[in-house]
Design a protein around this ligand. Sequence first.
Ligand code: UDP
Ligand code: MG
Length: 321
Amino acid sequence: MSRLAIVVPCYNEEEMLPITFEELREVLHNLIEKNKITEDSFLLFVDDGSKDKTWEVISKEHERSSKYVFGLKLARNVGHQNALIAGLSKAKDLADIVVSIDADLQDDTAAIEAMVDAYHEGNDIVYGVRNSRKTDSFFKRNTAQVFYRLLSAMGVETIYNHADYRLMSRRALEQLLEYKETNLYLRGMIPLIGYKTGEVYYERKERTKGESKYPFSKMLSLALNGITSFSVKPIRLIAALGCFILLGCLAAAIYAFASYFMGNVEKGWTSLILSIWFLGGVQLLSIGVIGEYIGKIYMEVKQRPKYNVEMFLKQENTDEY
Ligand code: UDP
Ligand code: MG
């Protein structure tokens, strides 16, 4: 049997938390009763520098049931992704499997049991994937769709309609923490780990208490981070544009010379128009070439692990191999 930790990042969630405690406790007890997880499984609430009484609420609940309600208080607000990784790193040392879920419980907690089952079937990572976006506003639904399309066009592998509701085994978490980058976009990083992965489908509800902590500005910055942390394609586009304009320069040259020989142009126009096209193309291409090197430097400084060994077969009880 395995020890389960459920990690919940919380930012200004005082209104929501009492309901969250109640529901997640039910989930834990139910799974313990069914002998799917050990009795010392626990919930870990991460207070991401909240300005309201979130931490008081968490510590009170910990006093009441210290056996399975743990709290981690961050010194200031660092954002959802960082708060999540803080919780995951703490949980990794204590638990065998870790599920992350938002405090507002928009994600159906019934999927946790399915995730644990999928883990017992041999999956190291189980993604919670929402069936539809019915409960989202028209605006959020469409911007999300554009975002996923853009990401995949930029060559970033992501799971469609999966947010940060997922299960990870300890060894998958250990490998995740080998990614030392500071700009976190977990949804993009986790598919890089490898191992057997599964998916569990669920319906996403609307937020019942409090309001979304992801206003459009934060969503946009997460999206930009997702693209620029994983792809140097935007730089390549600049180089491609440079080549394209140089080709355009050829067409412009034919047009300019034709006009010149037909004699109906101002003096100096031909050389001016050709210089503009040519220099424009050369400049963009040069920026693209420099960008290519900067892109390499960017990827190097991340110092991401180059591989993740899943298994190594060798003769037992020998020192050499
Ligand atoms: N959150 C956080 N730090 C932040 C913003 C959000 O820990 O700076 C938490 C928040 O408490 C919630 C989760 O991240 O548990 C997702 O936020 P929210 O539900 O507001 O996002 P939405 O579902 O609207 O995209
Ligand atoms: Mg939410």
